[in-house]
Design a protein around this ligand. Structure first.
Ligand SMILES: [Zn+2]
Length: 420
């Protein structure tokens, strides 16, 4: 039984990659095979070399991958944009059937694929069964609006860029051949389980004892957990050809997807990476704190403005909050925005710390209001946080702004926040 979606449901878009000076475009054997199909079939080697230079310089925009083809906008050096396609033959149902049967028969093949590796054995077995996983000479069919009928620098650049994508994710190749990752993994699981059950369960029309029919069936073994990626993944770009609904802020959605990927990577690192296991998790952030954390990560002006207004801060207040966050995350933000009154015991401790911090003649003259000590005439202030650390502030115009990271003693903190 196939759960294959109708054609066109599977388009996946990858954001433009940064320029790659001096870098090899394929590092895996399947990436090399992909590029060989381009280099061996182009009639004009100079067009291919120019395409490689284009890809290196970052001329290829977001790449959209769908069953049967790739599309990207590729820019000439003078900025002229070309819509560029490379078509690849999809597998027929019969070819998919053979390939999936081979892949499902070897648990090592499934595990390798989930680990973003193409097992050479699978490609060899498939070839022996008449299914060529990787394109060969003439299989990368170029279409470009520059009018060239063979590979031009634009289609070549697109092929080079896709070699980089393939290195990271061989499911790109399988999507080109007609099936998305989710369908494939589902079908492979189904087939490998079905194979195991077929041995155990009698034919249905012979009747099955109820106990056996309802017995807990052993599940196939789980694949090994994937390695922790070095960096958060890039969410798909939403900058596609269609117009977004007016109420959807595409930049904001892209930003949130990226921020979520970053946070997921951080949580995963804490959960699985050695050396992180003994770290105590910070307390969860409030919505107002999280908005400041997100603003600190956001480059986009409109995203920053929205986060400010959503938390009831002016843009200037938000800039101060981000500055405080940079010096000390949530406790740093609390020192900026929370004007609290210490109890007697805390206050006694603070006075003792102040008295011990300086030799008598060097001690600054400090006036206290609640948990804030201001030095007369210098524009310097110390704030005591609830966590017991001292935060330096300095006066700018009519505002107090965070002047540095906190310190456990008042003298070091005041040093960190010189006037001015
Ligand atoms: Zn072209």
């Amino acid at each position: 039984m196939s759960t294959h979606d109708p054609r066109g449901q599977h388009e996946k878009t990858f954001p433009a990659l940064p320029p790659a000076p001096g870098r090899a475009f394929a590092r895996t054997w399947w990436g090399h095979a992909w590029l060989r199909a381009l280099e061996d079939s182009a009639l004009d080697g100079e067009q291919v070399r120019q395409g490689r230079r284009y890809a290196r310089s970052g001329a290829v925009g977001a790449v959209s991958v769908r069953p049967g083809g790739l599309t990207a906008v590729v820019r000439d050096r003078d900025g002229t944009a070309h819509r560029t396609d490379v078509l690849v033959q999809e597998f027929t149902e019969a070819e998919w059937d053979r390939l999936l049967a081979l892949a499902a028969a070897e648990s090592g093949y499934i595990a390798a694929l989930l680990d973003r590796e193409v097992p050479p054995g699978l490609a060899e077995d498939a070839a022996a069964a008449g299914v060529e996983l990787l394109p060969g000479i003439g299989d990368l069919d170029p279409r470009c609006d520059c009018g060239e009928w063979d590979h031009c620098p634009h289609t070549a650049a697109l092929c080079y860029q896709v070699a980089r994508l393939l290195d990271q994710d061989p499911f790109v190749l399988l999507l080109l051949r007609g099936r998305g990752e989710r369908d494939l993994v589902g079908e492979l699981e189904e087939r490998s389980t079905a194979g195991a059950e077929a041995v155990r369960v009698a034919p249905a029309d012979a009747g099955v004892p109820a106990g056996q029919a309802y017995a807990v069936r052993p599940l196939p073994p789980l694949p090994p957990p994937p390695r922790l990626p070095d960096a958060p993944g890039q969410p798909p770009t939403l900058d596609t050809e269609g117009e977004a609904e007016p109420e959807i802020d595409v930049d904001a959605v892209e930003f949130l997807a990226q921020a979520a990927a970053t946070e997921a990577h951080r949580l995963l690192a804490e959960a699985v990476a050695p050396g992180h296991a003994d770290r105590t998790a910070p307390p969860p952030l409030t919505v107002a704190e999280d908005a400041v954390r997100l603003t600190a990560e956001a480059d986009d002006f409109r995203v920053r403005s929205r986060l400010a207004s959503a938390t009831g801060r002016s843009r200037a207040d938000m800039e101060l909050a981000v500055r405080a966050w940079g010096f000390g995350a949530a406790p740093g933000l609390a020192a900026l925005e929370e004007d609290w009154t210490p109890d007697r015991t805390t206050l006694a401790g603070a006075r003792a710390a102040l008295a011990a911090a300086w030799a008598d003649e060097a001690a600054p003259v400090l006036r206290r209001v609640r948990a804030r000590w201001t030095e007369a005439g210098t524009g310097r202030q110390l704030r005591l946080g609830r966590e017991g650390r001292w935060w330096p502030y300095r006066r700018e115009g009519d505002r107090w702004i965070p002047a540095g990271p906190s310190a456990p003693d008042p003298a070091s903190a005041l040093e960190a926040g010189p006037a001015g």
